[in-house]
Design a protein around this ligand. Structure first.
Ligand code: GLC
Length: 748
């Protein structure tokens, strides 16, 4: 539970060193079994000794495949670079045949036969598109995330991919940032639990084993704090905030065995990450003990001249290598300019060789000399497609968050015969796939219309009225009204189009786009039971919508099984169990708004207090919030013993009862708060959660074990501190409700 210490003994470095030693030893034994195709793998040191300067630099070059017509492939020039040993890895090459063909060039035609590593962004799956990561974060289910990652890895492995640029671990408190969609939400603890699940899911039985992917947590670090929520914008955060909020998920990913990390585009406190020695060599390598490969983000080395920290491309190459960038993604700065930098500064030769050694060790840990080509996976009992679709559907249903359900509109009554489907998204098969769907997903998403038609068959009637993404006509409006008036219930499929989320898709407003507010007003004017089904990739500010509809279901971008999963929940086959991984603001003016804020010296409740004169301070929906189709009652939080010493543990628990009429899943959340200490601590900090399933009337004692470390914090120097004192503890349904208990951590 919680984060262990990154103290001077630095177990992370020790652990990783054992890994590398083991890998090297293991590799020595593997050398006897190298496939005939691959050059017999010399030790990395011996290999480096045989390499020319160009071949050393070549190992640090990550080439992106290029789009040629309908294909994504390598150009002839790129193939020639591979033949000359001037490329170490390839990004975005698609399919087993294509990757094997290029691998054969590297192994059989280059002088040293060093295998390539093939990479891709396996963010939402490879062929089967799963829900966006923010949606999976809303499941609060690390086991589910691990299962999705494992399956995505198997699909990607089969198409030659060995390295995924995932998980994205950028904690984000600003929903204007479009990449919130790809991330773990606003909380470092939830993000850390998910970070471990992603890495373990991708890497499964061990790096290089069939069906696994090497993970690459990104974007190091604090990319989610881009000023104004504007993508790629400058990041100015204190060392304390780095340690308290942005570093913990990366620390957990490193401890889970991530062998690579991607540096962010952005400048952190004035220095771009890819030229930031303090960040990469001092903090990531020395303090966090990371020994793996550091790769830059797309073209980031070339941007150093644009940031204005390199006078030319040669200086960009020099500064990136000096900072600790091992692989250059797509900028060709290393390929074209690092040689000049090394020849001008001979001391760079040692740094170059260090980087090459890390890349070679990375490839050895992936068993690329023994198994450089793709290998089919043993077929499962049922067909992959059947299993994948079932998993995608199960995953999606667990990500949905029921934000409102007045009068029990949901689940829909089985007696309902006429359903009106209105809005711009009920028959859209692309948007539900989310911003990181691969270029060639197996298929579009099952739409809500298709799923409802399948479900209702001739038992019911579905009336539809679309809504344009431009100016609605009178005819559009009349059709919506006519449908709504004839129906027993109205389903509004509203929200964002997929291009409104993801990279370089920041928004300055957070309301419903494309005049959808008018659509909601039209439906509300008919006074029929209505459910708003919200497709989006970020927290939105929707106070008007919430006031105008009796039920609101947050579905994010649910992936390929979108329509089926939404129907399962609408019709009560599955109960909604998702909880918000991000706070939903009342307005953009409130930003940043997040649950784990500090108390200030003027909390609410007095005349001169930290407030807005024109808005409440709290969010519309808080972190951790979500309803179910039943109701859960929480007893008082009890702790035994009430006080404890540093080396002891304490148990905190509460009785929780299902007092409703339907079974349901509840995400029981554990929060703590230090009432005093050296630093002003957040008013709540998530330290645990459990999913429970209770039948109507059933009650369960839910207990968490707490130890001193769980009450600790990272100080601005990156020292993990635990202070004696009084702490409040909540066992609650979200970050706002609950009656706290108190515990005391004693001196000594
Ligand atoms: C993109 C993204 C990064 C991704 C990389 C390769 O610009 O910032 O997350 O892994 O390029 O596609």
């Amino acid at each position: 539970m919680g984060l262990r210490k990154a103290d001077k003994k630095n177990p992370v470095a020790a652990f990783t060193l054992c890994l590398l030693l083991g890998a090297t030893t293991g590799l020595a034994s593997q050398a006897q079994h190298a496939s005939p195709h691959a050059a017999r793998p010399l030790s990395s040191q011996k290999l480096v000794a045989r390499m020319t300067l160009e071949e050393k630099i070549g190992q640090l070059v990550l080439l992106p495949a290029v789009v040629q017509g309908k294909e994504v492939t390598l150009s002839q020039d790129q193939r020639e670079l591979v033949r000359e040993g001037k490329a170490g890895a390839i990004l975005n090459l698609v399919g087993a045949e294509a990757t094997d063909q290029v691998q054969a060039i590297a192994i059989r035609e280059s002088r040293l036969g060093i295998p390539l590593v093939f990479a891709a962004d396996v963010i939402q799956g490879r062929n089967t598109i799963f829900p966006i990561p923010l949606a999976l974060a809303a499941s609060w289910n690390p086991s589910l995330v691990r299962e999705v990652a494992r399956r995505a890895a198997e699909e990607a492995w089969a198409s030659g991919v060995r390295w995924t640029f995932s998980p994205m671990l950028d904690v984000s408190r600003d929903p204007r940032w479009g990449r919130m969609a790809e991330g773990p939400g606003e909380d470092p603890y939830l993000a850390s639990r998910l970070a471990r699940a992603w890495v373990e899911g991708f890497q499964g039985k061990g790096l290089g084993q069939p069906g696994t992917l090497a993970s690459c947590p990104k974007h190091f670090v604090a990319y989610g704090a881009a000023e104004g929520g504007r993508d790629y914008n400058s990041v100015e955060v204190s060392d304390h905030l780095l340690w308290e909020v942005y570093l913990p998920p990366f620390l957990e990913a490193i401890r889970a065995g991530a062998p690579s990390i991607m540096a962010a585009f952005v400048s952190l406190n004035g220095i771009p990450a890819v030229a930031n020695q303090k960040l990469l060599r001092d903090l990531l390598r020395k303090q966090l003990g990371f020994q793996g490969v550091i790769v830059s983000d797309w073209g980031a080395l070339g941007e150093l001249t644009i940031h204005g920290v390199a006078k030319d491309r040669v200086e960009a190459a020099f500064k990136a290598l000096r900072a600790g960038i091992d692989m250059d993604m797509s900028s060709e700065i290393y390929l074209r300019n690092l040689g000049s930098a090394v020849r001008a500064k001979r001391e760079l030769e040692a740094l170059l060789e260090e980087a090459v050694l890390r890349v070679l060790e990375f490839k050895r840990r992936l068993h690329l000399w023994e198994h450089p080509f793709t290998q089919p996976l043993p077929p499962p009992s049922a067909s992959w497609t059947k299993l994948d679709r079932e998993l995608a559907r199960k995953a999606a249903t667990q990500t949905f968050v029921l934000l409102k359900n007045e009068g029990g509109v949901l689940p829909l009554s089985p007696t309902i015969r006429r359903i009106a489907l209105v809005g711009p998204l009920f028959d859209n098969s692309e948007t539900p796939l989310g911003p990181w769907r691969t270029r060639q997903p197996q298929s579009g998403a099952v739409t809500l219309l298709e799923a409802l038609q399948e479900e209702l068959g001739d038992r019911g009637e579905i009336l539809t009225a679309g809504w344009p993404w431009g100016q609605p006509t009178q005819r559009d409006k009349a059709k919506v009204l006519a449908c709504a008036r004839q129906a027993d219930v109205v389903l509004l499929s509203i929200g964002e189009l997929v291009h409104m989320d993801g990279e370089s898709a920041s928004r300055a407003t957070l309301g419903l786009p494309a005049g959808q507010e008018e659509l909601v007003e039209l439906v509300a004017s008919v006074h029929k039971p209505a459910v708003a089904i919200l497709f989006n990739g970020r927290a939105l500010a929707l106070p008007e919508l919430v006031n105008q509809v009796p039920a609101l279901l947050e579905v994010w971008f649910p992936g390929v099984e979108s329509g089926h999963a939404i129907c399962d929940v609408l019709l009560g086959k599955e109960s909604p169990s998702g909880r918000l991984p991000v706070s939903f603001p009342r307005s953009v003016g409130q930003l940043p708004v997040y649950y784990n804020h500090r108390r200030t010296g003027r909390p609410p409740g007095q005349m001169f207090t930290s407030r807005y004169i024109d808005s409440p301070v709290d969010p519309l929906f808080p972190f951790g919030y979500g309803l179910t189709y039943t109701q859960f009652q929480y007893g008082a939080c009890q702790s035994t013993p009430r006080s404890f010493h540093r080396r002891e543990k304490i148990r905190v628990g509460a009785w929780i009862q299902n007092v409703g009429k339907r079974p349901g899943e509840e995400v029981v959340q554990l929060y703590v708060r230090a009432l005093s200490g050296e630093l002003a601590r957040p008013i709540r900090e998530l330290k645990g959660f459990q999913r429970i399933y209770l039948l109507p009337g059933q009650r369960q004692w839910v207990e968490f074990s707490l130890q001193a470390e769980d009450l600790g914090y990272w100080d601005p120097e990156g020292v993990f501190r635990v202070e004696p004192g009084i702490y409040q503890v909540w066992i609650s349904p979200n970050s706002q409700e609950g009656i706290p208990g108190t515990i005391e951590l004693l001196e000594g």
